[in-house]
Design a protein around this ligand. Sequence first.
Ligand code: DON
Length: 309
Amino acid sequence: MPCTSSEELKQIMMQARVYTQYGKVADYIPALNQADPDNLSVAISHPEGNCVSAGDVRMKLSLQSISKVLALALALMDRGEDHVFSKVGYEPTGDPFNSIIKLEISKPSKPLNPMINAGALAVTHLIKGESVQERIERLLYFVRKLAGNPSISYCEEIAASEFETAHLNRSLCYFMKQHSIINEDVENLIYLYTKQCAIEMNCLDLARIGLVFALDGFEPLTKEQLIPVSVARICKTFMVTCGMYNASGEFAVRVGIPAKSGVSGGIMGSVPNRFGIGIFGAALDDKGNSIAGVKILEMLSKKYDLSMF
Ligand code: DON
């Protein structure tokens, strides 16, 4: 049974939309700055295949940091848990997502978790393939399977715009190369990572992927186990502890749903064993999370008692 109807979801979305005026579209990646801050869309995807949605669901957004969950799943499937966690830690950080400070003061010098930029770069480094092209194709193949949509790709313009301006991410990579966390050419890795972050989809696709994580890696329509249960659980745990950056604690208290956000204004939610949620709303709060997206999730959680805690 759907937790809500399209009409109820639309009302929740309208109530959340008033908050977009207090948010700001990301501008440190120039191509993201073109997004309309008032656009909002939300979809809830259920195991039986039915989907409830509101807003302009055709609107596409790049995944940005949401891609970190997908890259983590693929890297864990490629290399195994021991290898991945020899390069990146398990612990949340109270710092902004692109902070460099803990890299220097943590001993050993590895990124604290896979959801901050340093950790995500270390994880993307582990995606197998002979070339950047092969690695992005493998990631895309995986994402298309998760979403059940073979036409998903990345946006060249957004990838190029981030590649040209990713100086802070380059510096994180050079620091990690010095400490043998990564050993590939930094430009290569940034090239791959910026394509990964530029993978584009609409909120229906995102909700579908959220559903696969909610079901511990099981795709209910094709009946395939796309992600091993243990890997899906690791990903969901990081969504709870680090998925909303340095607002993850407050989000866990207020909403209590494993979720991952990105600076383009997307949020993927996975209500365990029930459904997936995809939200796009480009206006961000001061922590970099979609301001109206967080409100929608708060309202849904309260109204339908969705907190897992
Ligand atoms: O690496 C970056 O800075 C972006 N491609 C992704 C950051 C991001 O989405 C963090 N979000 N809140």
